[in-house]
Design a protein around this ligand. Structure first.
Ligand code: 5RP
Length: 238
């Protein structure tokens, strides 16, 4: 299997497919496109591959993970990088939680660092989700924090002092999950956060923290895949 985010045969998720496919319609010829990571944006990447083959769509992709890189290359999507194209026209990515102001928690797929760099370098960020990702307040589930291997137990103690109950993420083989950037992930349990922007800053001041999964003020549009079609939420409309 090219991507660990691909649906199992016969197990396509219609809501994710609706959101992911709709987002591809925002991509125009000549664009540099940030390609997110996960099971929802998987459908966007698949659709872009089809459009390149069938409609001669001409784009350059910037992947946010090795998985997305391999998936995009397998579909014939030409790739570039941020050194050659420091400003991205449009990025499409998934999320784990979306609040009414379109702030996000991301990183359950383990790619939050490159996703945040790409989201910060893009003119427009579109997030694709199924309706289960919409929350009133961020913090319902885990908040992933990417940390250096060096001193990770000390870093975890500092996160614990913020009340975040960190635990080291393990992979399916029961060994510590290693990110594409050779770091570890501490999954935190913040509970519902009144001030996610302050939390984002506080976490990132801890030495050893590389980045955290709070994406504040980076999203322009959310596409929600509802059973009867896509619904869009724009920043500033809550
Ligand atoms: C990966 C991510 C994903 O975008 C997020 O976990 C959502 O994934 P999915 O669409 O599979 O639910 O942040 O780091």
């Amino acid at each position: 299997m090219i991507s660990r985010f691909a649906p199992k045969p016969g197990k396509e998720d219609p809501q994710k497919r609706i959101a992911g496919t709709e987002a591809a319609s925002y991509v125009r010829d000549g664009m540099v496109v940030g390609l997110g990571t996960g099971t929802t944006v998987y459908y966007t990447i698949r659709t872009l591959g089809q459009k390149i083959k069938e409609e001669d769509l001409n784009i350059l992709g910037i992947p946010t993970s090795l998985d997305t890189r391999n998936h995009a290359l397998s579909l014939g999507i030409p790739l570039t990088d941020l050194d050659k194209h420091p400003v991205i026209d449009l990025t499409i990515d998934g999320a784990d939680e979306v609040d009414p102001a379109l702030n996000l928690i991301k990183g359950l797929g383990g790619a939050l660092l490159m996703e945040k760099i790409v989201a910060s370098a893009t003119k427009m960020e579109i997030i694709v989700v199924d309706p289960g990702k919409l929350v009133k307040c961020l913090g319902r589930g885990k908040l992933p924090v990417e940390v250096l291997r060096f001193g990770h137990r000390s870093t975890a103690r500092r996160l614990d002092h913020l009340g975040l109950k960190p635990s080291l993420r393990f992979d399916a083989r029961n060994t510590p999950f290693i990110t594409d950037n050779n770091n570890l992930i501490l999954d935190c349990l913040p509970g519902e956060m009144e001030g996610p922007a302050e939390m984002e800053r506080n976490i990132n001041t801890i030495p050893g923290v590389v980045e955290n999964g709070l994406f504040i003020g980076l999203t322009d549009l959310v596409i929600v895949g509802e059973e009867n079609g896509p619904k869009t939420l724009k920043r500033g409309e809550d």
